[in-house]
Every structure is written in structure tokens, then in C-alpha cells.
Design a protein around this ligand. Sequence first.
Ligand code: PLP
Length: 374
Amino acid sequence: MDPERLKKLLRPEVLSLSPYVAGKTPAKRKGRTLKLASNENLVIDNREVNRYLKRVLQSPSSLAYYPDSHQHRLKEALVQFLSQSGFVISEDQVVFGDGSGESIQMVMNSCLSPGDTVVIPEKSFSLYKTRALLAGAKVIEVPRKEFAVNLEALVDAVCGSRAKLVVFSNPDNPTSTTHSLSSIERFLSSLPEETLVLLDEAYMHFFDWKQSALSLLSRYPNLIVMHTLSKAFGLAALRVGYTVSHRELALEMEKTRLPFNLGLLPQQGAFYRLSHPEAVWKSVSIIQREREKLVAFLREQGLFVLPAGGNFVFCDFGPSYHSLLEGLESHGITVRSLGSFGFEPHFVRITVASPKDMNYFKRFFLSVREEVRR
Ligand SMILES: Cc1ncc(COP(=O)(O)O)c(C=O)c1O
């Protein structure tokens, strides 16, 4: 279609967006493939969830009915799971999203009017910016400090612009850097009360779950904490995320949620996993161990690697990055070059997987590096 015509048909905000760039899936090949590009949990044992979902589908009428629009059983299971971790939350503080991507959208649809300002760290998870632009907001991108999210600079930007919303992740995607709970609290206490904070804790389970800012909710009514079941919980394919906030905020946000945003299988799979979380913690401790081994391995190879708090490692592949990425791909392994985040493309993010997968990665990394050097 002629671009002038398209301009008349669509909103300028839509036309200005870039499409979402997902982590690369390895090309189909005869041998093994290993996708280390999207920070999924490749360690968790999901066989029990699979069996449970098969049982759910055995009822002949299960697909004919709408799923529970209030997601009552799921909320109950979440509240129970959080209380086992020492976080006292009630069901009416929770809003589920079709993945936390949808949760980001719901928060923004609830609080932003055209012309409002949103503050985010530069080179962040892309949905923060694209969903804010779609809501008609202006976005201020705040420079990082030695790769990490610069909390002081975020406060300055919020105060200087009277921003409506500030969004960032802790641990951060894509650098895997972290801020302690006490730094987060200091940050919250420096902000104006009328600025909402969306704190994305997609990777908190891999850092230190006890440091989740859920414990600060009662003191900061402008705080919204977001989690996903796509990472530590190993259910990326089911698409379940959620926000927890003050009851009054959550009840208003619920109005923006599409009534059946979580289908039957996402609700049931998430219900089962939240009610049986042992496999989550088992996989998290394996991933934490493998993460430290991967950081040490890459450093032994002379590469720059940041200390990591997520289930992924941020590393500099250096000037021959392109040949390294191509070489790994020729062996069926994909990692994420961070050009689409705004970093130089020699910076790379590698998902931490099982000991077997990590050995596979390391073996081919060494042989590809050797070839590149020759
Ligand atoms: C920081 C962060 N937040 C949110 C998400 C979205 O996760 P999902 O929509 O699968 O819940 C991701 C996905 O990679 C992420 O890295």
C-alpha cells in the first residue's frame, strides 16, 4: 500500500514503532540445537505440569466453556505461594496478564494519557518504550552507569519531568545487574508520591527471591511489582504474568483487563505450578550454580563479563563477535547479540541452562573461538 495512504489509516505512534525482536531460534538441522537467546528456564522438569494439562483436556467439554474470567483458583494459588515465601498479599491486589508483556500494557493503559511522560533506563527491555509510545506518552531514556540501571539518575529524570510513570527491571534485562532491596527502598523514598513505579522482577527468583520489593508494597502505594511465570517457573509457552499493587490500584487496573485474557491451559498450568513449586526452586539452584561457572569460564577466556543476577550472562564477545555468533549458529547454538537493545552488537546475552547444555555451549565456544583465531 502507498505509504501516504497508510498514514491516513493508522496512528502515527504505530507507524513509528519498530517490530519486536525476539531471541533467535536455531535453524532446523540434523544435529542438536540449543537456544540460549530468550532467557527461558531450560532446566525445570515440567513433566508433571504436562500430565496435569493432559488430564484437564480429558474432560470432553473442557474446551467448549469460557475459562474462569475471575481467575479465582489461580489467584488463590498465587496468594498461597507468596505467603509460603513470607509475602502477605491478598487476591484483590493481583492482576493477571497474558504474559507480563500484557501486564505492562495494562499498567500503561491505566495510568497514561497522551502527552504524559514515562521514564525508563536506556537500552531496556523494548516493551517499556513501545507500549508507552502506543499510549501516546513521551519517553525519557536515562543513561546507565557502568551498564547498570542508574537509580539516582532515574529519580532526577522523574523529578525534572514530573513523570507519571517510571519502569525498570531488577535484575535488569539485558545486563543481569541487580540492585539490593535497600537501594530500591531508597529509590522509592526519593520519588514524588504521584509517580507510579512499575518494578519488573521477571528474574528476581534467580537473584534472591527474599529481596523482592513485594515486602515494600504496604509502605509505597505508588509501587506496582510485576512477575512472570515465563522465567523461573518454566511456563513461557503458557503466557502468564501478574502485577501486585495496592488493592485500590489493582481493582482499577482489573477494569482494563480483557475478561478472558488467560485461557484454560494457561490458568490450569500456572495453577498446578504455583501449587507445586518444588521444581522451580530446584531448577533455580542449578541455574545459579551454572551461572557462576559460566561467568568464570568466559572470564578465563579473557572476556569481559558482568556479575549476573538473572538466568543469563552479559558478556563482550569483542571484535570477532560476528564470526563467533555465526560459528555457534553453525553448531545449532543461538545467543542474543544486543544490538536491538541499543548496545554495540559485540555485547551478547547468554541464557544459563543445564550442566549438559552449558558443557555443549562451552565445547563449541572453544572450538569456534579457536577457528576464528586461526
Ligand atoms: C525484563 C522482562 N520483563 C518482562 C518480560 C516478558 O515476559 P512474559 O511476557 O513472557 O511474561 C521479559 C521477557 O523476556 C523480560 O525480559
